[in-house]
Unconditional design. Structure first.
Lengths: 382, 1060
């Protein structure tokens, strides 16, 4: 680790908070849980900033999920920023989800702007600059629309001849530059070097990435501090950036702040499911569970009980934070189901036999579910 | 079912009959041909035959036109029904159906044709409503009608029918229900109840999916609808994005092409400019070469001049000594001549002095006058020149003024342009203010409408909640018993009916009083009536004789234990049910059930209203935000309206028409830019005017100075008058000079005549002097000229030498050579470039730049549009919406699968139940088999019956045998056992009309016990001519016998054939 005296500048770089983002695939309660998590992570970001005593916190866009979020979100953010230490500036950059447009939360007339503490700066002009230290400056350019192909980074003034100060750039956009593939606010991979910035703080992609890895003048996505969907594997971080004296290459360290994980997992046996259900570290997990099993009536019922315990009920918390189950390959094995119905009255035995016959028709899944219903009822009645 | 009373009049052979029937075994006996079977027919007709049926003709007493009449009272589920029919075909008949809860007071239920439909519904014997099969053309039949009211003739014909031959399934269903209820397994019942409950959640009684708010399908279907709508909106936005992106791509291509065109045009122009520069460079070089060449020529000339001046100086130096010698000689000659002249002048001095003096004076005066005149002429000339100077200055002033006025005119034109630009900028600014206010108004109106919708929803919610609360209060105020209580009440009612039925069987009282006794009697709990001797009374279960102060006598049927049980049950009934009925002012439990059903309906309505209220409140959930948004929007509108101020509405609206805010902003930027450009032009023009004005002021000052020179007092004078005066003065002074000259000439001539002689001498001397002087002067001049020439030559030589010394001839030559080389090396223009060609290229470059600007502007516009439609953000939102829809669809499939499974399970359970329970033959087989085996001492086994009770054969030791092979006695015994069993299961009344005609006495005893046992549970009415088979014996059953001979009054006692 670089010695403190050797560090000329320390920054915390974050992006893509997406405050107010909804998760319509889930229930209202689950949505609220996940939405609130996006706000709660800001306190941890502030904590990391404090513990590392950074000189500034750079927030590189898409901080809200829309340019005109509901009051709860901007008021909540105001409260958290007001509670943060005022010893360092926080710089908020409009992204393509929350572009700087008239009437947006970034509008100087918006109550959000008026309520912000003085140490919070909003990038609301193309020539935004902020002196971070006596020898370091920030240059930032906001998104002014939800979409566009302009090179925002080109608006950062190039380094002048003889300028040896630390220059940090901040824009929101995409570095993906496959030929013929349209991207939003493209950022050339060599933009940092071209514009003479020692570090280019960007946002948009929700995974932690350094583009390209190991560059002399790094361009970094810090990732979304809480993931927004399945498949965002490297999300949940902020970037801590240490600039050694003498304009040497900055040292970048990613720091986890997110608490939620989004996991997709298959389960192919009841034992596996038991093990998963017994796990006590899934309370902050959004789990998409795909049981691929064909179980007899009793283990099938056990599996259903386990799934219920994982999901929770109105009366009890589940062991999984948010659970969604893909039941397509979760099948009741009826081969020996008669054994599960010993000593039932003739009429029930006749009903079971009829349902077994229906199993061979296109109503097979319905018949199997009916058999399972019957199994449960008989079990409960006894 | 219980038959209570039958009365007939003019029915077949019966003129009149009145028979009361009790519960249990009723034995109606009498001899053959009394009319017993006619009475049974009357019961059938009362229950089954329509009053206007042609089938009633057989009941018209022979030889009469009387209308057969029958009245029958029967009890079903605690309610007493009375049917009264008067048969008439094709007309003249009537029918009426009434009901009573106390058996005393009847209320009419139906009349006419509706009577039979209602009765068939009550009976559920498998007889269709009138108008269907077995209609009014005759007495309708069904399996159960044959079982319970079978005709006497051939009882075993019962085996030729079955439930399958009934007109509808009501009989089969009723029997199936009765049989299956007996066999219901508790586990099965629990399962069935649970499954039915789940199915009822999702499906209506007709099996259709529920669509109400409580339906499990509704919530997820509503969610899917919302999700699908949301996704469709987003996909539309994505499509719009794609269109804009595609358009943007095209525009980028176009812009690239335009930029290429621009680059090409600029390149062409740059080439042309390069050629121009080359030509200019070559011209400059050529000029420089020429200048250097001139410098070289000058150098050569200077060298030649130095040579020439050197020669000249040398020549002068050679000539000067000669000239100085000549000068000295001339000076000596001059001195001598001067001396001679001086001597000549002294000899004539006295005589000539006066002449000379006067002449001299005259000459001097004339000369003085001439000098004055010349001086004045000089002044006049000076004034003339000053005038010319002033005139010249005035011309310059006029020119400067013209220039100033032209500049001012241009400035004025620019001012107009600026004002026009300002007007355009103001108009656009007004349009923008107007558009902002219009947008704000539109937003306010939209939000107000939304708020009104919210308020309407809230008001609706309030109303619904109030209505729901009112409904709940109403239901609560009724304090109705629960469904469980009601079920218990029913069970209690059944228990009471059973308990009291056990007391039935009939009691009667025939008082024979020897003296008047004050007593009253009440029959079956009815109203008290005086006890009259010789007037027999009969009741079903109880007679109470009140002896006033002496006490009372209570006569009852049944055992004491049964009476005690009935009392206890009655007390429980009165305590638990009677109180409820009284409180609710309900006639019976059916009324309570109806009210309970009504209450449930109202609660369901209340719940529906509450759900609707919740929905309305959910719909109004965004009211607070909308209110805040409206407040903001109104603030914005106020600001926009204030900004509009003295806005010219019409002009601003017209200007803003068909233009978006972005386009208006573009227009404002363009107008501002244009205004700024024109203002710059105006500032430049004003600077120019300042310079011209300064020059004009200078010229005017010079003119004024010149004028002041012409007018010494400095006062302004008329220039033309001044010019005239100066010209006049010039003429006058010229004339004065001429006159003075003439006067001088005259003076000189006068003086000359007087001193002619002297003058001649002197002239000669003077001429000599002059000659000498001239020679001297000439010599001096020559010397001076030579010296001057020498000095000048020397000076010129110095200058030339100095010039030669200051000029680096070598360097100049090198410069010349270098310039010549550079000129030779300078590139020639690639092509001849005319000014017209250059202007064409410039115009092409400007056009290309304009086109490129337009393409760039269109790109920016489309980028703005892309920002508006959402771009990548809307794609991401659409992706999330699609995932949400997929999840909802999966949930819907899961819910549907779950409830389809419940429904399938219910249907399957029902089918299994039907299969198990509706094989009625199987359900009855054991019971009948056991009874028949008991009758025959095990000789025969059971009767083999099909699912619908079709008789198939009798099981014997030799296997199943067809019934035809057995005797009529066996068949009527089997038929009787079957009828008794069915009647028991149905809890129905059984009418047996001489049913064992072919049975030997050894078996009738067994049937007597069978009927006695059955009569413990049901009503059995036996019509027989052999009452001893039922009433006699060592251990007589609890049977009531009635001698029909006392109850039937025959209409045609001797004309009707005997009914066997």
């Amino acid at each position: 680790m670089t010695e403190e005296r050797d560090v000329a500048l320390k920054l915390l770089h974050t992006a893509d908070w997406h405050l107010g983002m909804r998760f319509p695939s889930f229930s209202e309660d689950e949505q609220l849980t996940l939405m609130r998590a996006r706000m709660e992570v800001i306190d941890r970001i502030a904590g990391v900033a404090d513990s590392n005593d950074v000189d500034a916190v750079l927030c590189a866009g898409d901080l809200f999920d829309s340019p005109k979020p509901e009051e709860d979100w901007w008021k909540g953010l105001c409260a958290r920023l007001a509670a943060a230490s005022g010893r360092r500036p926080w710089v908020l950059l409009p992204g393509n989800h929350d572009p700087l447009v008239e009437g947006s939360v970034w509008d100087p007339e918006h109550p959000f702007r008026r309520a912000l503490p003085e140490w919070v700066h909003v990038v609301d002009r193309d020539d935004f600059t902020l002196e971070l230290t006596s020898d370091a400056s920030l240059f930032a350019v906001p998104c002014r629309s939800a979409s566009g192909d302009s090179h925002l980074v080109d608006k950062i003034p190039p380094r002048e001849e003889g300028d040896s100060s630390i220059r940090v750039g901040m824009v929101h956009g995409q570095t993906f530059d496959v030929e013929g593939f349209s991207v939003n606010f493209p950022i050339p991979k060599n933009a940092a070097a071209d514009r003479g910035v020692d570090y280019l703080a960007i946002g948009d992609t929700h995974a932690f990435r350094e583009v390209p890895p190991g560059a002399r003048y790094p361009t970094v996505y810090p990732s979304a501090p809480e993931p927004t969907k399945f498949g965002e594997n490297d999300a949940g971080f902020v970037a801590l950036v240490f600039f050694p004296r003498g304009r040497r290459k900055p040292i970048i360290r990613r720091e986890r702040v997110g608490r939620w994980r989004w996991v997709e997992q298959e389960c192919t046996s009841i034992e596996e499911l038991r093990s998963l259900a017994a796990s006590d570290d899934l309370r902050r997990t959004v789990l998409r569970l795909v049981p691929r099993m064909k179980l007899g009536a009793e283990p099938f019922a056990e599996a259903e009980r386990l799934l219920r315990s994982m999901a929770g009920t109105q009366a009890t918390h589940g062991t999984v934070g948010v659970l969604t189950v893909d039941r397509e390959d979760f099948v009741l094995d009826t081969d020996d189901i008669e054994a599960a119905f010993e000593d039932v009255p003739d009429v029930l035995a006749a009903a079971i036999a009829r349902l077994r016959q229906v199993e061979d028709t296109e109503e097979g899944p319905t018949a199997r579910r009916a058999l399972y219903h019957l199994y449960r009822l008989v079990k409960e009645a006894r | 079912m219980l038959l209570r009373r039958i009365e007939v009049r003019d029915f077949g052979c019966i003129g009149r009959a009145r028979v009361r029937l009790g519960g249990g075994l009723n034995v109606l006996y009498g001899p053959n041909d009394l009319g017993k079977s006619t009475l049974a027919s009357a019961i059938r007709a009362a229950l089954l035959l329509q009053h206007n049926s042609s089938g009633a003709r057989e009941f018209v007493p022979w030889g009469t036109e009387r209308k057969p009449e029958v009245l029958l009272e029967f009890e079903i589920d605690g309610r007493v029904w009375r049917v009264e029919k008067r048969f008439g075909y094709p007309s003249g008949g009537s029918a009426k159906l009434s009901w009573s809860n106390d058996g005393e007071t009847f209320t009419q239920q139906e009349e006419g044709r509706a009577v039979d439909g209602h009765i068939r519904t009550l009976l559920q014997w498998g007889i269709a409503a009138p108008g269907g099969r077995g209609g009014k053309h005759g007495l309708p039949t069904s399996f159960l009608a044959s079982v319970l009211l079978g005709e006497q003739a051939v009882p075993y014909r019962l085996f030729e029918t079955s439930l399958g031959g009934d007109a509808d399934d009501s009989g089969k269903d009723r029997l199936a229900e009765a049989l299956s209820a007996l066999a219901t397994d508790p586990l099965y019942q629990d399962v069935l109840t649970a499954v039915q409950g789940r199915v009822d959640e999702a499906f209506t009684a007709k099996g259709k999916p529920r669509s109400g708010k409580a339906s499990p399908f509704a919530k997820v279907a509503a969610e899917i609808k919302v999700r699908r709508g949301s996704l469709e909106d987003l996909e539309r936005q994505v499509e719009q994005t794609d269109v804009v992106v595609s358009r943007l791509s095209e525009l980028h291509t176009l812009a690239d092409r335009r930029m290429g065109d621009l680059a090409a045009a600029k390149e062409g122009l740059e080439h042309a400019e390069l050629d121009r520069k080359r030509a200019a460079d070559r011209a400059a070089l050529a000029e420089e070469v020429e200048r250097t060449r001139g410098q070289l020529d000058t150098l050569e000339r200077n060298k030649a001049e130095v040579d020439r001046l050197g020669n000249e100086r040398r020549e002068i130096a050679a000539e000067l000594p000669k000239a100085e010698t000549a000068l000295e000689t001339a000076a000596a000659a001059k001195e001598a001549a001067t001396k001679a002249l001086s001597q000549l002048g002294d000899g004539d001095r006295d005589g000539d002095d006066s002449v000379d003096t006067a002449a001299a004076l005259a000459v001097e005066r004339s000369e003085a006058a001439l000098r004055d005149a010349q001086a004045q002429r000089a002044e006049a000339e000076a004034a003339h020149r000053a005038l010319e100077e002033w005139s010249t200055t005035n011309v310059e002033v006029a020119e400067q003024r013209t220039a100033f006025e032209a500049a001012e005119a241009k400035l004025a034109e620019l001012q107009r342009v600026v004002e026009a630009a300002e007007a355009e900028a103001n108009a656009v600014a007004e349009a923008i203010r107007w558009r902002r206010r219009a947008d704000a108004e539109q937003q306010v109106h939209g939000l107000e409408a939304k708020l009104a919708d919210f308020d309407q929803s809230l008001a609706r919610a309030d109303t619904l909640e109030a209505e729901a609360a009112q409904l709940r209060r109403e239901v609560e105020a009724e304090a109705l018993p629960s469904a469980t209580d009601l079920t218990r009440f029913r069970e209690l009612g059944k228990s009471l009916a059973v308990a009291e039925a056990k007391l039935g069987g009939g009691v009667w009282l025939d008082a024979a009083l020897h003296e008047s006794v004050s007593a009253s009697v009440a029959v079956d709990g009815g109203a008290a009536q005086p006890l009259v001797s010789g007037s027999p009374l009969e009741g079903n279960a109880q007679l109470r004789v009140d002896l006033g102060e002496r006490g009372h006598l209570l006569f009852g049927g049944g055992s004491a234990e049964a009476a005690s049980d009935a009392k206890a049950v009655r007390a429980q009934w009165e305590t638990e049910v009677g109180a409820v009925l009284e409180r609710l002012d309900a006639a019976d439990l059916a009324a309570v059930e109806q009210r309970l059903h009504d209450a449930e309906q109202r609660l369901a309505t209340a719940k529906g209203k509450e759900e609707e209220a919740k929905t309305q409140r959910r719909l109004a959930a965004g009211r607070k935000d909308t209110e805040a948004a409206l407040q903001d929007a109104r603030g914005e509108l106020d600001r926009a309206a204030e900004a509009c101020g003295d806005l010219d509405e019409g002009r601003a609206k017209t200007r803003a028409a068909d233009l978006s805010s972005a386009e208006l902003d573009d227009a404002r930027r363009a107008a501002d830019a244009s205004l700024e450009r024109h203002r710059d032009d105006r500032r430049g023009r004003r600077d120019e005017i300042g310079e011209v004005r300064a020059r004009l002021e200078v010229a005017k000052e010079r003119a004024a100075a010149a004028l002041r020179g012409l007018t010494p007092d400095g006062e302004a004078a008329d220039p033309e008058a001044l010019a005239s005066a100066i010209e006049a003065r010039r003429g006058a002074t010229e004339q004065a000079v001429e006159a003075a000259k003439e006067a001088l000439d005259e003076a000189v001539a006068g003086a000359a005549s007087k001193a002619e002689h002297l003058r001649a001498a002197r002239e000669a001397a003077r001429e000599a002097v002059e000659g000498a002087t001239a020679s001297h002067d000439e010599a001096a001049t020559r010397v001076r000229e030579l010296r001057d020439t020498a000095a000048k030559a020397e000076a010129a030589l110095d200058v030339r030498r100095e010039q030669l010394q200051g000029t680096d001839a070598m360097a100049l030559a090198e410069t010349f050579a270098r310039l010549s080389d550079a000129l030779a090396a300078a590139p020639e223009p690639t092509e001849p470039l005319t000014e017209e060609r250059f202007e064409t290229l410039q115009a092409a470059s400007r056009d290309a730049e304009l086109a490129a600007d337009e393409a760039s502007a269109e790109v920016r516009k489309q980028e703005g549009a892309l920002a508006h439609v959402g771009g990548q953000v809307v794609r991401e939102n659409a992706e999330r919406a699609r995932e949400a829809l997929d999840a909802a669809v999966r949930r819907e499939a899961e819910v549907e699968l779950d409830y389809r499974a419940w429904k399938l399970l219910l249907e399957t359970l029902r089918e299994a139940e039907n299969e198990e329970g509706t094989h009625l033959g199987r359900a009855l087989a054991d019971e009948i088999g056991e009874r028949f085996a008991a009758l025959t001492d095990g000789r025969y086994g059971g009767l083999e019956l099909g699912p619908e009770l079709e008789a198939k054969g009798l099981l014997t030791s030799a296997g199943e045998q067809p019934l035809e092979r057995f005797s009529e006695g066996v068949k009527e015994q089997l038929a009787t056992i079957l009828r008794v069993s069915i009647a028991e299961h149905l809890q129905g009344a059984l009418v047996l009309d001489d049913h064992l005609a072919q049975t030997d006495p050894s078996r009738t005893g067994w049937f007597r016990e069978l009927l006695a046992a059955a009569a413990q549970r049901i009503q059995v009415i036996v019509l027989t001519c052999r009452p001893s088979e039922y009433l006699g014996g060592d251990d007589p059953p609890a049977a009531v016998g009635q001698d029909m001979g006392e109850l039937i009054e025959r209409s045609l006692p001797n004309l009707r054939p005997a009914d066997a």
